[in-house]
Design a protein around this ligand. Structure first.
Ligand SMILES: Cc1cc2nc3c(=O)[nH]c(=O)nc-3n(C[C@H](O)[C@H](O)[C@H](O)COP(=O)(O)O)c2cc1C
Length: 194
């Protein structure tokens, strides 16, 4: 089974660090993984030109092509975002909107896949849950089954406090606990439903 992880930070730092931990654990447990890193990638916002509805592809020729492939070929999807302005990054927001072109080709293309959310905030309570809710909403809209850490903690996904520092996120034991809980459910769902 294949898991596609999107690191939605505009740089390679704390979000990439925790997404890599997640993907490494999945690899150890027999999953094939691929990470798409937004850093230095060209992903333009959707222009709502409706070209995709007519022509079954997006009119914009940029790095979104790799995201389309990754999403489409995956069984599980991890959206890992830094918290920006109390929500997901603008990179991730653009990716979400541009998914429209995939469904113009095949309405069911993402349905039944399993999704999980990772949110990394500079602050302990900087909006991680709002970022999760956006990711979960995206999953719902596209028929992707969202998982969380379950009813006893990490209830919306894996939440990290970076304190704006790669050194400090490594000390966030509760964040790792929330990642492990969420990953366990993610793997359970992949094994049960895919
Ligand atoms: C434009 C911008 C907005 C941000 N807004 C928030 C925020 O609302 N809440 C928060 O906790 N951290 C916020 N941060 C801090 C980042 O979430 C934090 O530094 C995170 O670790 C960055 O992830 P990265 O290292 O993968 O880029 C913001 C950072 C930037 C650049």
């Amino acid at each position: 089974m294949k898991v596609f992880g999107i690191c939605a930070s505009p740089r390679k730092n704390t979000t990439e660090y925790v997404l890599k931990i997640a993907l490494d654990k999945l690899e150890e447990n027999g999953f094939e993984t691929e990470m798409f890193i937004c850093q230095a990638k060209d992903i333009k916002p959707c222009m709502h030109c409706d070209y995709c509805l007519e022509n079954k592809k997006c009119v914009i020729d940029d790095d979104m092509g790799s995201v389309y492939e990754g999403l489409q070929n995956s069984d599980g999807i991890i959206l890992a975002t830094p918290v920006q302005s109390g929500g997901v990054s603008s990179n991730l927001s653009a990716i979400m909107d541009r998914t429209r072109a995939l469904e113009a080709v095949d309405y069911n293309i993402l349905r039944g896949k399993i999704g999980m959310s990772i949110a990394v905030g500079g602050d302990r309570t900087g909006g991680q849950d709002f970022a999760h809710l956006k990711n979960i909403t995206y999953f719902m809209i596209h028929g992707i089954i969202p998982v969380s850490g379950g009813p006893f903690g990490s209830n919306l996904g894996a939440s990290f406090w970076s304190n704006d520092s790669l050194d400090d996120i490594k000390e966030d034991e509760y964040g790792i606990k929330s990642l492990n809980r969420t990953l366990r459910e993610f793997e359970n769902f992949l094994n049960k439903y895919i």
